[in-house]
Write a protein that binds this ligand. Structure first.
Ligand code: ASP
Ligand code: MG
Length: 406
């Protein structure tokens, strides 16, 4: 008998019919002899609707109250799933994040889980019930209700799976797994049967939209195997697991794209120690995450520093740069939100020379200009114009032999 944590995302519980389908699948899993813990998201786009409602009501949204509001979405789902299970003859009980013992810090709207005390979940399992837990939420050390950040139900599911030593955490969604590229961009993208944690972290960090990065990090740290699969077809999906040292790795596993970032260039800065430190300290103090950074070699004692931030942080980041511009002696600050990033990810690239060259050649043959480059041991990313992103992904997908046979 295995213990399976099943997380159902918004589309998987989007309406009454979907909720009944979820209950059927939970029942099937139990009939196969496994224990199940369910984690649910809010129905469909309900969280977005609640945020809009808050905006309509008031220009200020105290974070504590916003969290109280947003957690109601998952409460609706959990109660409805339990009702559908009751109709199916499966005994279950719903639990809020707080009841499930998910203790977080006090950072409202993006709280971090500090500890899980799953006593009530353990008890429910021991009684033969299916615990149904509201995702995306917990209770803070100040005893207030918190949320874990958008998409946080994945984090709830993985953290619970770790705390309960579950055998697998299944993430049900509206796609059939993780693909070699976004199938909306590349029609010949293939579903990947198996991806390593390291690769999945790079995929999630560079635009793969299936799993939240934080949940992959957590799964890797706690050795929780993930299985991403569809709640519409129920077919086996993609396993995200530890690297198998006995298997030869694919050189390139996936091509990702991300157009959610923007670029800032601080031009004509003196090429001396302390300048970059001052600039990036100012950004960090504002809570702005910086992604790719490029500094050119200096000429005449001056240099340029370019970096990318989330487009939503662009105004705050530009303001911050202008504030320190005089202090660091920079000539100008310019910004550009017409950029996108294309990345190739693959654990096998560590030991394969020529991957970088092939990527650059493929782009250059089609006149696509590379504006910034960054690498990790298993990823290469290039910043290009937004208008060339989709084309770049398709070209690289073919060049690295990932196209499915047609
Ligand atoms: N309902 C929350 C959101 O939309 C959490 C989740 O879906 O994971 O962000
Ligand atoms: Mg979601």
């Amino acid at each position: 008998m295995s213990l399976v944590v099943q997380k159902y995302g918004g589309t998987s519980v989007g309406d009454a019919e979907r909720i009944r389908a979820v209950a059927d699948h939970v029942a099937r899993t139990r009939e196969a002899g496994d224990q199940v813990v369910v984690v649910v998201s809010a129905m469909g786009k309900f969280t977005d609707d609640l945020i809009r409602l808050a905006d309509d009501v008031s220009p200020t949204r105290p974070p504590r109250e916003l969290d109280m509001l947003l957690t109601s979405g998952e409460r609706i789902s959990m109660a409805l799933v339990c009702m559908a299970l009751a109709a199916r003859g499966v005994e279950s009980a719903s639990f809020t994040g707080s009841q499930a013992g998910i203790i977080t810090d006090t950072d409202h709207t993006r709280a971090k889980i500090l500890e899980i005390r799953p006593t009530r979940i353990d008890e429910a399992l021991a009684e033969g019930l299916v615990p149904v837990v509201a995702g995306f939420q917990g209770v803070s050390t100040d005893r207030d209700i918190t949320t874990l950040g958008r998409g946080g139900s994945d984090v709830t599911a993985v953290a619970l799976a770790a705390a309960l030593s579950a055998d697998v955490c299944e993430i049900y969604t509206d796609v059939t797994g993780v693909f070699s590229a976004d199938p909306r961009v590349v029609s010949r993208a293939r579903r990947l049967p198996r991806v390593s944690f390291d690769e999945m972290m790079e995929i999630a960090a560079t635009g793969g939209r299936v799993l939240m990065l934080r949940s992959v990090e957590l799964a890797r740290r706690h050795h929780v195997p993930l299985h991403v699969r569809s709640s519409f077809t129920w077919e086996p999906g993609t396993w995200i697991v530890e690297e198998d040292p006995t298997m030869e790795e694919a050189v390139v596993t996936a091509i990702t794209d991300d157009t959610s970032e923007a670029k800032i260039t601080v031009g004509g800065v003196p090429d001396r120690p302390g300048v970059a430190a001052r600039l990036f300290r100012a950004l960090a103090d504002r809570g702005i995450n910086v992604d790719m950074i490029v500094q050119n070699t200096g000429a005449n004692g001056l240099t340029d520093i370019s970096f990318t931030v989330a487009a939503t942080d662009l105004d705050a980041a530009s303001d911050t740069c202008r504030e320190v511009q005089r202090e660091i002696g920079a000539a100008q600050v310019t910004s550009d939100d017409d950029i996108g990033r294309v990345s190739i990810v693959g654990a096998g690239m560590k030991s394969s020379p020529g991957v970088t060259a092939l990527m650059f050649e493929t782009l250059s043959e089609h006149g696509i200009n590379i504006e910034m480059i960054s690498t990790s041991s298993i990823r290469i990313s290039c910043v290009v114009r937004t208008s060339r992103v989709a084309e770049s992904v398709r070209l690289l997908h073919s060049a690295f032999g990932l196209d499915a046979a047609s």
